[in-house]
Ligand binder design. Structure first.
Ligand SMILES: [Zn+2]
Length: 746
């Protein structure tokens, strides 16, 4: 229901900025000069009406003006030359879209064939030999003939006029771009026109305003505003800039570990292999600093009375400029954007500060030269929700000797929204990192109460909030410099890396690049030939190495982080103080049972998991009815989670514990035996049924033997039972019979 407001605001934001001084006005009367010239396009009355009607639904009135439409004239001397073509999705309606996101960059060249202006992808990545360098079609625009206003212009013979709004427009619709970017469906553009033509130093930029239909209904569509769940309107920013490689740019070979984002894969001619390098900027001493522009909306946060005490712009700027300490010279500079700057402009590195909290993310993306991996520009999106969270989370530390207050109550944050996107076939493009506060809060939910006093330092609320904002920015800017996550940063407390996902209470101590980041950046930018020596792992390893984890703490997460967090939840549940059994913390502990590096880690983890409710329960606890009942429920939960629950419930690690670890096996079998035979007399029938299912799944002789033992014991026991007990025992016996007749499934 709030979608209209959000979309309307976002649209006003981008189109509002189109009135700035740098916008080339088509109606000024163009002269034919330079590589590309915009020529006013006279729309017929019916075209204009159709456009207006279609666009009225998607854009606030007055923000889009079909009368500003234009053709583009390309200088014939540019045919065959190399250009960078980049695109940004800047608007999408009715699904909310948070400002410009890059759709990618290609190296292209233009050719006239069959009455069309073809745009070919001409990067060197596909070249297998000197004679074989396939050129792929990116676009094909109709050439406009007989346009009187154009052909009467002096020099028009040197130009070819084409309609940039009538290309192939091979677009796709992605319903959940941040979580499942691969799932897309065809999007048919029905109407498009070009506006906001702008000359920049090395080329031109313009916007493509479109409306069209998705071939499938959007499952997340909000039909309160746009009743047609297939229809979308939006705007794509396009840039054409002359191809250029930075002077002195040196490709950096990928090290063994994935410290850095990779360049696009490139075929090595005459050798059937692909090559990638570490993407980075052309940063060198003596250069002009790379400018990051902070969107003017940041001033609205600064004026918000809630945030009056904070240095809003400074805390964001420091997230950029604190990286200069690593370079030892001013490589990056942050400043406020001018009114004409837009996040969709290829020549601008933009920090899009969004004052609408509904979207909530912080994320970064970039565009690079597909030939060399040189990063040519980047953008960061940053929601003011981070200010709201920080303001709600932190307090002044009290006087010395008092316990520092690390955290107030956990904030309520909106759920991570699904992000819709239109993509353009030939371009591609993806986020480097998409962090949502919900991830942070979810990770902290079960760890509340174990936050550590991270340092002896006393900080004010103001210092904490500002450092927290700087931390989020320094992380995102780190990505745009080429760094991947380092989820082992926290093994060196509070973290050896800002590229870690760090609990908020520790994040305030990481507003500057840390030892890992310094070493990684120095290596990537040729300031050192030493690779980082701090522990390192990145996203892919979070599902195979339990020490590679977001939001974990201490050098021994099992013993000092997850362990105590889990033990707190377990003990409150056992005593009946809290109704919720462990879930996320259990999964975190079980990571070490499933995939701990060695047998000692795995057995230690299993011991910690079962601590407090393992068979046999002590006589004292067994005599406490609440405790005994909850111990049984926990046993049932843990056995199910280890072996029976579907993968999504298990968290990141989904494999069953290894049967090839004899020490672990002995511990687990002892628990299964005690539960199956109910040796401490507190194990319920549901838990024992779970045990049967686990033993069946194990498919080992040992498990089979245990089931036959249990059958014998039950057969003896049943004649002594009465009522419900007798019924449930017989049912259990039936389950065992079914499991062992036969036992082995193959
Ligand atoms: Zn990140």
């Amino acid at each position: 229901m709030r979608c209209l407001m959000r979309a309307a605001f976002a649209a006003a934001l981008v189109f509002g900025s189109a009135c700035g001084t740098s916008t080339f006005q088509v109606n000024d009367g163009p002269t034919l000069e330079g590589p590309f010239v915009a020529i006013p396009k006279a729309l017929t009355g019916s075209e204009s009406a159709a456009l207006s009607q279609a666009l009225d639904r998607g854009f606030p009135s007055g923000t889009v003006n079909p009368n500003d439409a234009f053709y583009i004239a390309i200088n014939r001397s540019e045919l065959g030359q190399k250009w960078f073509m980049s695109a940004y999705l800047t608007q999408l309606f009715p699904r909310f879209y948070p400002g410009a996101v890059t759709l990618g960059t290609r190296v292209v060249s233009f050719k006239v064939q069959n009455g069309k202006l073809f745009v070919f992808d001409v990067d060197e990545r596909k070249k297998t030999s000197d004679s074989a360098n396939p050129e792929l079609i990116v676009e094909a625009y109709p050439i406009v003939e007989n346009q009187r206003a154009f052909s009467s212009m002096p020099g028009s013979g040197n130009y070819i006029l084409f309609d940039p709004a009538a290309g192939l427009n091979r677009f796709n619709f992605v319903a959940d771009a941040f979580s499942n970017p691969a799932a897309s469906s065809r999007f048919e553009v029905e109407l498009m026109f070009s506006q906001r033509f702008r000359r920049i130093a090395d080329g031109v930029t313009f916007d493509q305003v479109f409306t069209g239909s998705n071939e499938a209904a959007d499952p997340a569509a909000d039909t309160s505003v746009e009743r047609n769940a297939f229809r979308y309107s939006g705007s794509i920013g396009v840039a054409l800039r002359r191809y250029k490689e930075g002077a002195g740019y040196k490709p950096v070979a990928l090290p063994d570990q994935e410290h850095f984002f990779r360049s696009d894969a490139k075929i090595v001619p005459y050798e059937s292999r692909l090559e990638q390098t570490a993407a980075h900027w052309n940063i060198q001493r003596g250069m002009r600093p790379i400018v990051w522009k902070i969107s003017p909306e940041v001033q609205r946060i600064a004026r918000d009375p809630r945030y009056a005490q904070y240095d809003v712009v400074g805390s964001i700027s420091r997230g950029v400029e604190n990286w200069n300490k690593v370079f030892g010279f001013k490589a990056l500079e942050a400043r406020l954007a001018a009114p004409g700057d837009s996040a969709g402009d290829d020549d601008t590195n933009f920090i899009h500060v969004d004052i609408d909290n509904a979207f909530g993310f912080a994320f970064a993306d970039w565009r690079n030269n597909p030939n060399t991996g040189e990063i040519r520009g980047a953008s960061v999106y940053f929601s003011s929700l981070w200010f709201e969270i920080a303001d709600g989370l932190f307090e002044d530390d009290p006087a010395p000797n008092a316990t520092p207050i690390m955290r107030k109550a956990l904030p309520n944050v909106p759920a991570r929204p699904k992000v819709a996107r239109i993509t353009w076939d030939a371009l591609g493009g993806h986020e480097l990192c998409a962090l949502h506060p919900e991830d942070v809060v979810a990770a902290m939910a079960e760890s509340q109460g174990t936050a550590r006093a991270a340092a002896a330092q006393r900080l004010t609320k103001k210092e904490k909030v500002e450092r927290y904002i700087t931390h989020v920015m320094v992380h995102e800017i780190g990505h745009t410099l080429g760094l991947r996550h380092n989820f082992k940063g926290s093994l060196v407390p509070p973290s050896s890396s800002v590229m870690e996902y760090i609990e908020d209470t520790d994040a305030i101590f990481l507003d500057n690049p840390a030892s890992y980041d310094i070493a990684a950046i120095k290596y990537l930018y040729g300031l050192s030939n030493q690779l980082p020596t701090d522990p390192f792992c990145t996203d892919e390893e979070t599902v195979v190495d339990p020490l590679c984890a977001t939001f974990d703490i201490t050098p021994d997460p099992l013993g000092q982080g997850y362990g105590p967090q889990y033990a707190t939840v377990v003990s409150q549940f056992l005593s009946g103080q809290a109704p919720n059994a462990p879930n996320r913390t259990l999964n975190n502990m079980l990571k070490f049972v499933r995939a701990g590096a060695d047998s000692m880690t795995r057995t230690r983890a299993f011991g910690l998991v079962m601590n407090g409710f393992a068979v046999p329960l002590s006589a004292m606890n067994a005599g406490n009815a609440t405790y005994a009942r909850n111990a049984d429920r926990l046993t049932n939960l843990v056995l199910s989670r280890m072996y029976l629950d579907p993968a999504p419930l298990r968290g990141e690690f989904v494999t069953d514990p290894s049967k090839a670890d004899p020490a672990l096996n002995t511990l687990i079998m002892a628990q299964l035996r005690g539960t199956m035979l109910n040796t401490d007399k507190v194990r319920s029938y549901p838990t024992r049924r779970t045990t049967v299912d686990v033993l069946k799944k194990l498919q080992t002789l040992e498990a089979y033997a245990l089931l036959t033992d249990a059958k014998a014991a039950l057969t003896t026991e049943i004649p002594t039972l009465t009522g419900n007990d007798a019924l449930l025992a017989k049912d259990l016996l039936g389950r065992i019979d079914a499991a062992i007749t036969p036992y082995f499934t193959r």
